[in-house]
Design a binder for this molecule. Structure first.
Ligand code: ZN
Ligand code: ZN
Length: 710
């Protein structure tokens, strides 16, 4: 049995774990990546598995970082069921449609610009129609019921106390005589959180995968939090201003309503006018009300006594744009709760524009504000901000209350682990890199069990008693010399068998090479010129005798000769675009985009220098840059035999055949400050790729990978 970490590994988004046993493959979650560009790229690329081959998905909860790529999974051929609680299913029907709508409108906006520039148009990751289709795959589960979903696989969902409907997944896998119990915490809630129950305690597991979002932090306690909120409300009302609260539509908005209702009932704040101005929050709140039976005891009691946190005098939900705009004319005395939570999108921006310049107003931040967002700028004390292109002076009071979190803090997470009577090994995920590692240390110290922080795409063989990753076992003899700078990957049939990233993409700024860094292929671009030519020949669009022969100095010249066009345009049209190699492009070396690696070469005196020398050596020819993902995609499509006829593939590759192994091919490229090798087998669909932004160690690294993989 193997477990692969395809998301939320040393990061908080993109939760997705692939469990394979016997003939089966099951996913736990299939979430969208947020944050840095190199992670967001993964939303667009191929899944590192074949969607048709996935038997089932188990979804922990409706947050987009756990559910957001389900419509993409369905779009790419997933046919199986998705197991989730009834509340999660209802919440997904609004969350996934909303996510699809955001992507469609964003792509439309970008395409209007691209169209004007005559550039290639983008397609959204998925559409509203894909999201709707996804809903047909859901199977409702009830907390605590045990269901056999595949031969030898039993599952049970337990209340995670995070947001309504959120689940911990318990999973029993039987192989032969042995049954292994796995527990995926999903996102674990805080103790004594409003509305939702406390997280369920689990008593035994051979393998636990636990989140660590706040693994190194302790939240302000509930009384302190409520007290601060009352202070902020009262101060703002005394000044006669409005109180603006940017809040996440699902979870945070409902928690705030609860807090306001409690404070009002206790007489700590006056009767207020409260507006929920977010169509998504309105719909999410409606789902909450429909599922009132899963609320915690306190909330159920409040509702029974006629004190619902979701309906009280003065509370208004606004859905239409007109209603929302009407709020702009309110000078003071209102609480406006609106999305997004980091104020970087949505209706809250309009309200900020109309209130930030007012000394009597307050903006209250209650959630995590990521770097670069409007919320973060306000938190950091910006004097002036731009909203919809207009400068706005910040004169309102900016306040922050921490602890309104749907995640358990360090104490809550450790307490959850303490309740296990049997705890095998623990994988720590869903946290920033440093948090994951510090929290792992804490668990190791207290529980004396093996604790692992998996890397993205890393696989572990769970039938082995030790906890070393399959990467480390299969490639334990792999040795990378210090002077090698670049990335390596071994993939088979789209599955990642091994990957390593070494050295820096840009030494001046200390930018690391990552899985999505684009590398100059150097003379390797000749191969792609050849591919383009064979593609045209395959379709009868060039008149040449078989096999194709080089005309002039290079294959690029040959392409120009036969087509009368710029070879880089032909390669883009015939190879990069039809194959969806979206991370590959031609760049001039003095105009590299952020995700491309600088090339490093040595002068005659042995000095390391940037690739300005490469420009001189190569003239002003643009260079073809590509990534591990795109080269792997190229090879998989070639192997599938639909891009070029199989006989054409043979003709194209014949000059690159190496070794005694039949059907193994090797393509190399270099330029000053760049070197690459890729070796692939047609039969196994395997590809070994080494991309370097230096000149040393490439071949030695490659040869080792060949020895260890074949
Ligand atoms: Zn969550
Ligand atoms: Zn999450």
């Amino acid at each position: 049995m193997r477990l692969q970490f395809l998301g939320a590994a040393e990061t908080t988004s993109g939760s997705c774990y692939l469990l394979s046993f016997a003939e089966h493959q099951v996913l736990v979650d299939c979430g969208l990546f947020h944050g840095p560009e190199e992670l967001k790229q993964r939303n667009y690329g191929d899944f590192p598995f074949v969607p048709e081959e996935i038997d089932a998905v188990i979804l922990t909860h409706a947050h987009i970082d756990h559910s957001g790529l389900l419509p993409k999974l369905v779009k790419h051929g997933f046919k199986g069921p998705i197991y989730a609680t009834g509340v999660t299913v209802d919440l997904c029907s609004i969350m996934l449609a909303d996510s699809a709508y955001i992507q469609e409108t964003e792509v439309e906006r970008k395409n209007r610009k691209l169209l004007r520039r005559g550039e290639k148009l983008l397609t959204p990751i998925y559409t509203v129609a894909d999201a709707e289709k996804t809903m047909g795959h859901f199977r409702h589960m009830v907390y605590d019921e045990e269901v056999t979903i595949l031969p030898n696989l039993r599952i049970r969902l337990r209340d995670a106390g995070h947001i309504l409907g959120a689940a911990i997944v318990e999973l029993w896998v039987t192989e032969g005589e042995v049954t292994t119990k796995l527990v995926f915490s999903g996102d674990l809630g805080n103790l004594k959180q409003p509305i939702v129950q406390d997280p369920s305690f689990i008593s035994s597991a051979d393998v636990v995968v636990i989140e660590s979002t706040y693994g190194t932090r302790i939240h302000e306690d509930r009384d302190a939090r409520f007290h601060r909120l009352a202070e902020v409300v009262n101060e703002t009302m005394e000044r006669g201003g409005n109180l603006l609260i940017p809040a996440f539509a699902l979870g945070r908005t409902q928690d705030l309503l609860y807090a306001l209702r409690v404070l009002q009932d206790q007489g700590e704040i006056p009767r207020l006018k409260v507006f929920i101005d977010s169509p998504l929050a309105v719909r999410a709140t409606a789902v909450f009300q429909k599922h009132a039976q899963v609320f915690d005891y306190e909330t159920r009691t409040m509702i029974k006594e006629g004190r619902s946190p979701f309906e009280f005098p003065g509370l208004e939900y606004t859905e239409s744009v007109q209603e929302s705009m009407a709020l702009n004319s309110i000078r003071g005395g209102a609480v406006i709760i609106s999305a997004s939570g980091m104020a970087d999108a949505g209706r809250i921006k309009h309200h900020l524009k109309h209130n930030l310049w007012r000394r009597e107003a307050t903006v209250l931040l209650v959630g995590y504000q990521a770097e670069g967002t409007l919320g973060r700028m306000l938190q950091d004390g910006a004097q002036e901000v731009r909203i919809h292109g207009e400068p706005v002076r910040v004169q309102a009071k900016i306040e922050t209350i921490t602890g309104f979190s749907a995640h358990g803090d360090q104490a809550a997470l450790l307490e959850w682990l303490r309740r296990y009577r049997h705890l095998g090994r623990v994988f720590v995920t869903h946290g920033e890199t440093e948090t994951c590692h510090s929290f792992a240390d804490l668990i190791r110290d207290e529980f004396k069990v093996p604790v692992i922080v998996p890397k993205l795409d890393e696989t572990f063989d769970l039938s082995k008693t030790d906890s070393i990753s399959a990467w480390e076992i299969d490639y334990q003899d792999f040795y990378v010399e210090e002077n090698f700078s670049g990335v390596v990957q071994v993939a088979e049939d789209r599955h990642i068998k091994f990957r390593g990233c070494y050295g820096l993409a840009e030494r001046k700024y200390g930018v690391k090479n990552t899985q999505s860094t684009a590398f100059n292929l150097g003379s390797g671009r000749e191969f792609f010129a050849q591919v383009a030519l064979y593609r045209l020949w395959d379709q009868g669009l060039v008149e040449a005798t078989y096999p194709l022969k080089m005309v002039g100095e290079s294959w690029e010249d040959t392409v120009a000769h036969f087509t009368g066009k710029d070879p880089k345009v032909v390669v883009a049209q015939e190879v990069l675009t039809p194959l969806g190699m979206d991370q590959s492009a031609y760049y001039f070396l003095d105009q590299l985009p952020a995700q491309a690696a600088m090339g490093y070469t040595k002068t005659r005196t042995g000095q390391n220098v940037e690739n300005i020398y490469a420009i001189l050596a190569e003239g002003l020819r643009p260079q073809l840059f590509s990534t591990l993902h795109d080269l792997n995609r190229f090879w998989s499509v070639l192997v599938e035999g639909e891009f070029l006829r199989p006989s054409t593939v043979q003709a194209l590759l014949a000059p690159y055949a190496v070794g005694e192994d039949e059907g193994f091919y090797q393509i190399m490229g270099s330029a000053p400050g760049a070197s690459m090798v890729m070796g692939g087998s047609l039969e196994r669909g395997a590809l070994i790729t080494v991309l370097s932004n230096g000149e040393e160690g490439t071949l030695s690294v490659y040869n080792q990978l060949v020895d260890l993989s074949l």
